[in-house]
Design a protein around this ligand. Structure first.
Ligand code: HEM
Length: 171
């Protein structure tokens, strides 16, 4: 005979995270007239990471040194704009209690820092000779960076669209 399913009837239990002070305070504080600076800055590292991979691919196909030079610029600017975006995101994470209290915001932080490490390594590696750096390790690093930026961007979107973090409550 199958065992009866034991159901939890204790409805008085509370989620300690949801009970933390300021859990519902999730509006962006690092913003210009309510428009979050993080959302405005993330477009640059995302686009530049794709440009970096594109430049490496075109260097591989054409052997034209122009693309190797474009690659080193794309890697550097992706990294520096990524740091800027990361800075606004980190201040938001630490200053807004409802964002600070949610685990997915910290997950996003960890993924984003991995992306920044990849971009920084990619740029640094090219400093020792931007043309010789592209094949094979430069383009490999760029491929990983593209994967990391896709996950980071997708996850950031999840924070906004699913958890409504950084959004305005309206008037
Ligand atoms: C390194 C530290 C980072 C932290 C702590 C962080 C934190 C956050 C937070 C709290 C949000 C919710 C919206 C807001 O409050 O502004 C967000 C959204 C987002 N993040 Fe990050 N972030 C970081 C880095 C990055 C990086 C490097 C990228 C991409 C290159 C990125 C991509 C995104 C995207 C695409 C969104 C959604 C924006 C929107 O649709 O409005 N984040 N991030």
């Amino acid at each position: 005979m199958p065992k009866p399913i034991v159901q939890d009837k204790d409805e008085t239990r509370l989620d300690p995270i949801a009970e933390s002070p300021g859990f519902d305070l999730t509006e962006s504080r690092i913003a210009i007239h309510g428009h979050p600076i993080h959302a405005m800055t993330v477009a640059f590292p995302v686009a530049l990471t794709f440009c970096l991979f594109g430049a490496d691919g075109l260097y591989w196909l054409s052997g034209d040194v122009f693309w190797a030079r474009a690659g080193v610029w794309a890697a550097g600017t992706a990294f520096l704009f990524g740091l800027l975006a990361g800075l606004s995101g980190t201040v938001e994470l630490l200053m807004v209690p409802g964002i600070r209290a949610r685990a997915p915001a910290w997950t996003h932080f960890v993924i984003a820092v991995m992306l920044l490490a990849l971009l920084g390594a990619n740029w640094g590696y090219r400093m020792g000779g931007y043309e010789s750096a592209v094949l094979p390790y430069g383009i490999l690093l760029s491929g990983f960076s593209v994967l990391a930026v896709m996950v980071t961007g997708w996850h950031g979107g999840k924070l906004v669209f699913d958890y409504r973090l950084g959004t305005s409550k309206g008037n």
